[in-house]
Design a binder for this molecule. Structure first.
Ligand code: FE
Length: 347
């Protein structure tokens, strides 16, 4: 009996102490697959005393997990790396709209969710990335590839390298193309891309850049931070890759280069909501925004943040025209895009 009592009191102690620990803990589900983010997590823990537990998965994996876990989900903060997935999660009710004067002040209205019924915001864009074209300088010139539409030109027959069409980065670009060109023209454009492929889609964006440098591909699509990472790499072989290729920010004379947004939200069933909001506020702070810019080569979304990234500067020459379309439109086009990809055989 004494023994049972002892066990119970030990258990009681554990419950009490874990209850206390809950106040200083934050559970994050993150699709940000960038090692340079570690600095931000430790900086936040150091300044707030809040310990971070992190689960890493891709956007689709996180959304599936949140749905399966329902109200039992331990997630407090969700970090996703694609506009359409942020939109999807919002529509599916996986986020808890929150009010934060700091976040509303820092993040421009077009880079966060529209106000929810309770006046809160379901998600906040924390960084942006451009989807650009890289090409083999020996084979093509800038005017050959100064628009996304031109990737379907016959001159790129057996030249195009691209990651899977169903990857969120491509789904969002193609969803944006539907907004600009309409569904019919977008589908024939996608068919043109398939006809021009140098190989069946495989690998990530960095593999496409390397494919251009090795001569296997003549032209490819990539997010800017993958290219910047190679440009700033300490490995000479990475920098050699970037010397063989050139980059174009497409559609400067029309609707502008396609931009995607990475963002954060409080989870619908968060237990540590105060900590979650505190963490999102930290991510919008000048210090964290600088980590996005200098660590992972993304553009900060918070107003008035100055940063100095030599690779981004070299790539853009200072400034460029970026696309301005509602994120919800890109999100809503996802199903249409997937059906088109199936019809044209874009794997
Ligand atoms: Fe990525």
């Amino acid at each position: 009996m004494k023994f049972v009592k002892f066990i119970l009191s030990i258990t009681g102690l554990l419950v009490a102490s874990s209850g206390m620990a809950q106040d200083k803990v934050l559970n994050i589900y993150s699709a940000r697959h960038y090692p340079t983010d570690e600095v931000m997590y430790s900086e936040f823990t150091k300044s707030s005393g809040i310990k971070i537990n992190r689960v890493d998965a891709d956007d689709a994996g996180i959304l599936a997990r949140l749905k399966a876990e329902g109200s039992a989900s331990p997630a407090d903060v969700i970090l996703l790396v694609d506009a359409a997935r942020l939109w999807r999660a919002e529509v599916d009710g996986l986020f808890l709209p929150v009010k934060s004067a700091k976040l509303e002040e820092a993040i421009p209205a077009n880079l966060r969710a529209k106000p929810a019924d309770n006046g809160g915001t379901a998600w906040f864009g924390l960084s942006t990335r451009a989807r650009v074209i890289v090409y083999d300088k020996m084979k093509f010139s800038k005017t050959d590839v100064d628009s996304y539409e031109k990737l379907a030109d016959a001159k790129f027959k057996s030249s195009l390298c691209v990651r899977s069409g169903s990857h969120p980065y491509n789904l969002s670009l193609f969803g944006a193309m539907i907004e600009h060109l309409g569904p019919q023209k977008t589908e024939s454009w996608l068919k043109g891309l398939v006809d021009n492929m140098a190989r069946s889609p495989k690998g990530g964006d960095t593999d496409q850049i390397k494919g251009v440098a090795s001569g296997e591909c003549g032209v490819a699509l990539t997010n800017t931070y993958y290219l910047a990472r190679l440009m700033r790499s300490s490995k000479p072989e990475d920098r050699a890759v970037t010397e063989k290729i050139a980059v174009v920010f497409p559609n400067q004379s029309s609707w502008g280069t396609h931009m995607n947004v990475a963002g954060g939200a409080v989870a619908r069933h968060a237990k540590n909501t105060d900590n979650a909001v505190k963490f999102l506020e930290y991510l919008a702070s000048p210090s964290a925004q600088n980590h996005f810019a200098n660590g992972n080569n993304e553009w900060p979304t918070a107003k008035g943040v100055s940063f100095d990234n030599p690779a981004l500067k070299a790539m853009t020459g200072g400034s460029f025209k970026s696309e301005l379309i509602p994120i919800s439109a890109v999100g809503m086009n996802q199903i249409k895009v997937q059906q088109m990809l199936d019809r044209v055989g874009f794997k």
